[in-house]
Ligand binder design. Structure first.
Ligand SMILES: Cc1ncc(COP(=O)(O)O)c(C=O)c1O
Length: 295
């Protein structure tokens, strides 16, 4: 809505993503056009984007916007994407729902588009149980978003509404829960990266298994540890894959995501092997920042 997408328009969108990236296009009565991914990032291919924009221009049907997703916590390759979209005059919406805390060339994920969106859904790296955050450098866009998200009430003493509004505000209580977790965001990222490394080590040598690559300019938050299997796992490797997945599940993480065996976590001590009071698995701290009952 903020970018003027209307019925009959087209909006480009990353092909490999969760349905929620494309749903808002359809809410507006517009048509999503999916742009393929590149193997190096699993995100939108700049070359495919350029081809699609060239076709769109020659057909006289330019998209209103391009939604670029940062899949599983890894940024798309934004330098070429920003350059191409700038050349064609099409704004970017960065879907950073999964990538809070990640970086692209030392710049935080979510800051590359006209608009960036983050999710604080229950399964994300920080959560307010639901809801999310919209960011932009454009004050006018943000103030329009606030207006529409809070019932579109005109600034008058009486109740006056000239356009249809929504109730998308986040409660102050949930915002407080989210702000508190921002302080531990980088610890959460480290914990997720440690989970990824454990899987990679534990499953090293399994044939046909390829981990999501991380280009040298990227620092993924590894929100999800993702791999592809080129065909079936060879029979000999199946028990090892099962054991590794079971080990990951059995050694319950602390709420911060790391596996710690602090004295406070004695409830889980049986499943969290310790050595000299320290966690043997992922971190060398004597105790982790998370305590039972603390979020
Ligand atoms: C890539 C992506 N985009 C959008 C969303 C939607 O976020 P929310 O659930 O906060 O609406 C999600 C996850 O839920 C997501 O993974």
């Amino acid at each position: 809505m903020l970018l003027g997408v209307e019925r009959g328009d087209t909006v480009f969108c990353s092909a490999l993503t969760f349905a929620a990236s494309a749903n808002p296009i359809v809410y507006q009565g517009a048509e999503p056009v999916f742009i393929d991914s590149e193997p190096g990032t699993w995100n939108m291919s700049p070359a495919a984007l350029e081809d699609a924009l060239r076709d769109a221009r020659s057909n006289g049907r330019m998209p209103r916007a391009v939604i670029v997703v940062n899949l599983y916590g890894q940024s798309a390759d934004f330098d070429p994407i920003v350059e191409i979209c700038g050349r064609y005059g099409v704004p970017i919406v960065e879907d950073a729902a999964e990538s809070l805390g990640a970086f692209y060339k030392k710049r935080p994920s979510g800051t590359f588009g006209a608009l960036g969106v983050f999710s604080f859904n229950g399964n994300k790296i920080i959560t307010t149980s639901g809801g999310g955050m919209l960011v932009s450098d454009d004050e006018a866009l943000i103030s329009r978003a606030r207006f529409l998200a809070t019932q579109a009430r005109e600034p008058a003493l009486h109740y006056e509404h000239r356009v249809i509004g929504f109730n998308y505000r986040m409660s102050n209580i949930l915002a407080g829960v989210g702000r508190g977790q921002l302080r531990v965001l980088q610890q959460r990222v480290e914990a997720r990266r440690a989970v990824f490394d454990r899987y990679r080590r534990g499953l090293a040598g399994v044939a046909r298994l390829r981990w999501m690559p991380e280009p040298e300019w990227s620092r993924s938050n590894r929100w999800l540890s993702a791999c592809t299997l080129d065909g079936a796992v060879p029979g000999d490797d199946i028990p090892r894959v099962i054991r590794q997945l079971a080990a990951e599940r059995a050694s319950k993480p602390g709420r911060c995501g790391s596996r710690c065996s602090s004295s406070q976590s004695s409830r889980n001590a049986a499943s969290m092997p310790t050595k000299g009071g320290r966690c043997r698995r992922s971190c060398s701290r004597a105790a982790c920042a998370c305590r039972p009952g603390r979020t």
